[in-house]
Design a protein around this ligand. Structure first.
Ligand code: SF4
Length: 475
């Protein structure tokens, strides 16, 4: 498995990894290919086709925004979220776009995009980019699929930057959980140590550590921004037309008021004002997750974990570790994320992390499994207990459908991350009370998730044609 921790945890923008970040990367790849092949100056117009789930929920997931940014050469991890609105407004106002920041053409977003509900045979999330010259002849024609978590795959043998660069063979390859555990046991390594040993075939250890801590910082910043700690929001209503209000800022203030006074300069709540409030930490985990997912819904800066729709769950559990577990450390944060990434690889390679392919069990379910494993690791779990935590984290998310109301990543997604965060903590605690022996293995539950996703009707897989999406009246 030649995946890196930085493939699973990608810094990007909301609201969707498969419907915003993936299309943005595909469009950027297309524009870059026009540039590197010397074709940019021939382009007079663009025709962009969306297929399957991208056609059905792309509008609510801001697929058009992602594609326009990508065509301009913007990348998800470096674009300034505060500048996005202005960039997109300018295209809509001027009806022009600057391809790869080098070649400006007429571009009307209302006519440049077309959608077809019938998906491409390769995947539910398909895209086709066609660049045409002044005579209407094709300059470049490329097809891509967005396979979840911001990963894309080019069809028709197109070059992309998705390819893993040449590297030494990883010392501890694994294709499934049984192999991962066997490698750990045979070599006396924790999952995090094994991941680090593999990762340093791609980059030096200090770069890996610094990169993982940067991921943690971006996750933390998203919590703080979502709580309103980095300035008031211009608008507390999330975009998209559902009129969903941000709840995290008010919840943050309420929870602070119920916390025991903190030392000057200390921003974290160490204890409830009411010592009988045994569920105190749960409220904070809810808050952390919702803060991030509200940021995601507002196209803010988040990390795929493993997707944007599930981007609040893992940061919430990581912040729980840093807030409520005495003796947390930066080394623990690195171990948490490396362990969680190993579990994410298993789902990505053996099932799917795409809501359009397997429903929300592939997004929030996988995030729950990853977070449960990460927490179990930093709480001192054995490899078997960590595997058990990951298994429990998914077992009780099996069958979870994807039915976003209005095609937006808001209802049920925001609350679902809060529920999933607390479920992950519970899964971790349950596993740590055992000795690692259990009936259902992680590999079994991953395969069950894959089969359940394959059997799930497409109306429950990010199409907004079933479930809450059709039973909630939009007003
Ligand atoms: S319901 Fe789950 S899978 Fe679907 S968009 Fe929301 S978070 Fe993603």
């Amino acid at each position: 498995m030649a995946l890196s921790v930085f493939d699973i945890f990608k810094i990007g923008i909301g609201p969707s990894s498969s419907h915003t970040v993936g299309p943005m990367r595909a469009a950027r790849n297309f524009a870059r290919n026009l540039d590197t092949r010397g074709l940019l100056s021939q382009v007079a117009s663009l025709s962009i086709h969306l297929y399957g789930s991208l056609a059905e929920t792309g509008a609510g997931h801001r697929t058009d925004m992602g594609i326009m940014l990508g065509l301009m050469g913007e990348a998800p991890d470096t674009v300034d979220p505060a500048a996005i609105g202005g960039l997109v407004d300018a295209i809509e106002r001027d009806q022009r776009i600057s391809l790869w920041q080098h070649h400006t053409i007429a571009f009307n977003p209302k006519t440049a995009f077309s959608g077809r509900v019938q998906p491409l045979p390769e995947h539910p999330n398909g895209m086709r980019f066609m660049a045409l010259d002044a005579r209407g002849d094709t300059v470049l024609d490329e097809r891509y699929i967005s396979i979840g978590g911001g990963f894309i795959r080019a069809l028709d043998s197109i070059e992309t930057d998705e390819t893993v660069p040449e590297h030494e063979p990883m010392p501890y390859p694994f294709a499934n959980a049984a192999e991962l555990m066997e490698q750990c046991q045979r070599h006396g390594l924790s999952i995090a140590q094994l991941m680090m040993a593999n990762e340093i075939t791609l980059r030096p250890a200090d770069e890996v550590r610094a990169g993982v801590l940067r991921i943690a910082r971006v996750m933390d910043d998203a919590i703080d921004r979502g709580c309103g700690l980095q300035g008031a929001f211009a608008d507390e209503i999330l975009p998209g037309g559902l009129k969903v209000k941000r709840r995290a800022p008010a919840l943050y203030q309420e929870l602070l008021s119920k916390s025991r006074a903190v030392e000057p300069g200390q921003v974290r709540p160490p204890a409830p004002a009411n010592p009988d409030d045994v569920m105190f930490a749960m409220d904070w985990v809810n808050l952390y997750a919702m803060a991030v997912n509200e940021e995601n819904a507002a196209s803010g800066r988040v990390v795929t974990a493993p997707t944007n729709g599930a981007s609040g769950l893992l940061p919430a559990v990581l912040r729980y570790y840093r807030t409520f577990i005495p003796g947390w450390s930066e080394a623990g944060v690195v171990d948490f994320l490396l362990t969680a990434a190993a579990i994410g690889f298993l789902y990505k390679e053996n099932a799917s992390i795409s809501g359009a392919e397997v429903g929300c069990q592939g997004e929030v379910g996988v995030a729950c499994s990853m977070a449960a494993a990460g927490l179990a690791a930093v709480l001192g779990g054995t490899v078997a207990q960590i595997e058990n935590a990951a298994e429990i984290g998914m077992e009780h998310n099996l069958g979870l459908t994807c039915d976003p109301v209005g095609g937006l990543v808001q209802i049920p997604c925001i609350e679902r991350n809060a529920m999933g965060g607390n479920k992950a903590i519970n899964a971790s605690r349950l596993a740590l009370h055992g000795d690692g022996k259990h009936h259902v293995t992680l590999d079994m539950v991953i395969e069950t998730m894959r089969q359940t996703g394959a059997d799930m009707k497409s109306k429950y897989k990010e199409t907004s044609r079933g479930g809450l999406a059709v039973n909630v009246v939009e007003c």
